[in-house]
Design a protein around this ligand. Structure first.
Ligand code: BGC
Length: 360
């Protein structure tokens, strides 16, 4: 058993959990504020994230939430699971968290529709659910970004870049997100609201199962013979799918590369923007999102109402503002916010591009 598992096991056994539970698929247990006995309730809070192929979850959402929960509720215990894109697994993880006594589920649903079952089970047990990033009907609180606005930013930035290059017509391909993710529908709606009337032809469109970069790549490859002659740009819903699309375009000899959109400001996405391979990404500041979720998890665990600024389908909600990022504002967005340091972005391979973009 490695040191981490030994430590987790000690924590879990102290909390009356079996080692089998702790060693279970994709799960682990941590105790924020365990060394700070005073203040706050002693509730268990579960954070249930959807997948690992998109870097945000393990790199930002989980650590930011864990850190914020220590501040918001020193005596709260965090139960953490990632479902690896498997809705049935997420269902089990939610049930297991409730069996362990979780008072609040912070749920980033793999499948928004089937997650309603989790919400109903939670309601029956008096457990509160925060829909985190992806909306789930019937939840107690929802924190996310304005997701249609994300799609609009992707669409308008793509059109602006094409116009600057003197292009007002030609073919576009749309590689959307997962059909099971409510956000993907919003991104798509926002993007269509711009692209449908911009003078270009949407030649092919695909909803990428599981947001899988490999499937996005395979789709782009399958379309290339048909679309290559008049292709002027590709709408890709996030940086993972953009990566797959760009690989396919390069392998298919699309040169110069056409503008490709993205989302999440993943490190590799920012580096592709600097290198000229990707046109834009959308930066969503995950820290305030995770902090807001932790604050509201603590409120709900203490039997208080969530602090919201709007509603979505009757659910109290907070929607944060996304920002479009191109080569020109990397410094003023992700670097300024400390999302990445210049050193992280500007490795040797990107030194020249960084200099040209004023990053070094
Ligand atoms: C999130 C995106 C993410 C995608 C894939 C969406 O629900 O809002 O940030 O790229 O899921 O995980």
């Amino acid at each position: 058993m490695n040191n981490r598992l030994t430590r987790l096991a000690a924590v879990g056994l102290a909390a009356g959990l079996s080692l089998a539970t702790l060693a279970g698929c994709g799960g682990n247990q941590a105790t924020p504020g365990a060394s700070t006995p005073a203040g706050g309730s002693a509730a268990k809070i579960a954070l249930l994230l959807p997948e690992t192929k998109t870097t945000r979850y393990e790199t930002f959402d989980k650590p930011y939430f864990e850190e914020a929960l220590k501040t918001e509720c020193a005596n709260c215990t965090l139960i953490y699971n990632n479902a690896n894109q498997d809705a049935a697994r997420q269902q089990q993880q939610a049930e297991s968290a409730m069996t362990q006594g979780a008072k609040v589920l912070v749920l980033d649903a793999v499948d928004g529709k089937s997650a309603v079952t989790i919400v109903n089970q939670a309601k029956a047990k008096g457990v509160k659910v925060i829909a985190y990033d992806r909306f789930v009907a019937g939840s107690d609180y929802y924190v996310s970004f304005d997701n249609q606005q994300v799609g609009k930013l992707q669409g308008t930035t793509l059109v602006d870049i094409l116009h600057k290059a003197g292009k007002t017509s030609g073919d576009l391909v749309m590689v959307n997100g997962a059909p099971t993710d409510a956000n993907a529908a919003d991104f798509k709606k926002g993007a269509h609201s711009v692209l449908d009337t911009a003078g270009f032809t949407i030649k092919a469109e695909y909803d990428t199962p599981d947001w899988s970069p490999d499937k996005a790549q395979a789709f782009m490859e399958s379309q290339l013979t048909t679309v290559k002659p008049n292709l002027v740009g590709v709408y890709a819903a996030n940086d993972g799918t953009a990566g797959g699309v760009i690989t396919a375009l390069k392998a298919g000899g699309v040169s110069p590369i056409v503008p490709v959109t993205g989302q999440d400001a993943e490190l590799t996405g920012i580096q592709r923007i600097l290198a000229g391979d990707q046109a834009m990404t959308v930066y969503k500041a995950i820290k305030p999102q995770a902090q807001d979720a932790a604050k509201n998890a603590a409120l709900l665990a203490a039997g208080k109402p969530a602090a919201s600024s709007s509603t979505q389908e009757g659910v109290p909600a907070t929607l944060l503002t996304p920002v479009a990022v191109t080569k020109t504002n990397i410094k003023d967005t992700v670097v300024k916010d400390g999302f990445y340091t210049v050193a992280q972005i500007c490795t040797t391979q990107y030194a020249d591009a960084c200099k040209a973009a004023g990053l070094q």
